[in-house]
Design a protein around this ligand. Structure first.
Ligand code: GH3
Ligand code: MG
Ligand code: MG
Ligand code: MG
Length: 319
């Protein structure tokens, strides 16, 4: 019986670097031009993993770049049209697939074949005919390593409390967007946001409640930011930032106001605020074409705007 491509029954794969669902079964893509080979490997591994299959290189690349990216790939070398080496080279070149570990499974058993595969970035090389138990063990080891790598990447890019991108990730995205947009001449917008009277909130309700409030605010902000390419991050304690590529000052003002309103709509009780009976935020924004200066200058502008929003009485938006 042919293994099914059960990918469509799964939740969409989170974009690279986003928190992974530990309960989900890990995906294994098997690439081979011979159906019988696929069947053998699939039967061997289907209890442990969600099996995806491709009978040629092009199909393999499509699946690897799709919405259900595999966690690991078993890759045949000798295939018509596009051989396994070429597939591996393409996978390693593209940022969205470069981190997926590849194990070659091939009848080519010369030292040159194996070393060529490893030089292309494959993590392992298994020769056919193979020992079933050895394949199982090697796949398991590499899968575990991949999951640990994912975990580390998540920890270094996301804030543990709110699950938003952290400052490190924000800086990275800001720099790469600035580089990209300074070439295209399109504008970049930044939003900086700070919770009003959060110190008295913490002092009176306690840090635990303060943390809960931060999570609620973060979720509300994330729901406003829906456009692909936009990023909202936790900049520091109770400060948040958003990067909006290809957005001008008018667009920035709209998003900034939507964020302010989203937090206000939470109606999150705060009886120690001097301006309301619920949690509010002050928002500063700025936008520019990046030919005019570095991204840091734009961030400073947004920060100054935020300061003016505070001075203007808080729960307000200033650009
Ligand atoms: P303003 O309206 O001027 O922003 O007043 P504020 O009280 O919000 O400003 P301030 O910067 O003085 O206070 C920030 C407070 O945020 C300090 C700290 O109690 C709280 N805070 C920062 N990070 C965290 C966190 O991770 N968890 C919790 N619970 N509180 C935090
Ligand atoms: Mg083959
Ligand atoms: Mg602050
Ligand atoms: Mg504050």
């Amino acid at each position: 019986q042919q293994p099914e491509e059960s990918a469509s029954t799964l939740e969409p794969q989170p974009t690279a670097g986003q928190p992974v669902n530990p309960a989900a079964k890990n995906r294994l893509l098997i690439v081979d031009d011979v159906a019988a080979n696929i069947r053998i490997l699939a039967n061997l591994l289907k209890d442990e993993y969600t099996i995806q299959v491709a009978n040629n290189g092009q199909k393999a690349l499509e699946i690897a770049q799709g919405n259900h990216r595999p966690d690991l790939i078993l890759l045949d070398i000798l295939m018509p049209d596009m051989d396994g080496y070429a597939v591996c080279r393409e996978l390693k070149q593209k940022p969205e697939t470069s981190k997926i570990p590849v194990i070659f499974v091939s009848a080519l058993d010369e030292v040159e074949d194996e070393s060529r595969g490893l030089a292309l970035g494959a993590v392992d090389y298994i020769t056919k005919p193979f020992q079933a138990q050895v394949v199982k063990a090697r796949v398991r080891n590499h899968m575990n390593l991949k999951l640990k790598t994912d975990l580390l990447e998540n920890l270094s890019n996301f804030d543990g409390l709110t699950q938003l991108a952290n400052r490190r990730r924000f800086d990275e995205v800001l720099q790469s967007e600035a580089r990209r947009l300074s070439r295209s001449g399109k504008p970049l917008a930044l939003i900086m946001l700070d919770i009003d009277f959060f110190k008295p909130f913490n002092d009176n309700y306690g840090h635990g409640k303060g943390d809960e409030c931060l999570i609620k605010v973060a979720t509300a902000l994330q729901q406003v930011i829906q456009r692909p390419g936009d990023l909202v991050a936790r900049y520091g304690g109770e400060e948040f930032v958003a990067v909006l590529p290809e957005t001008d000052i008018i667009g920035a003002a709209k998003v900034a106001e939507a964020m302010r309103r989203a937090v206000e709509s939470l109606n999150y009780p705060h009886e120690y605020s001097s301006i309301a009976d619920h949690v509010t935020v002050s928002v500063g924004y700025a936008a520019a074409e990046l030919k005019q200066g570095p991204a840091e200058a734009l961030l400073e502008q947004a920060d100054h705007a935020l300061y003016r929003a505070k001075s203007a009485g808080r729960n307000s938006v200033v650009g």
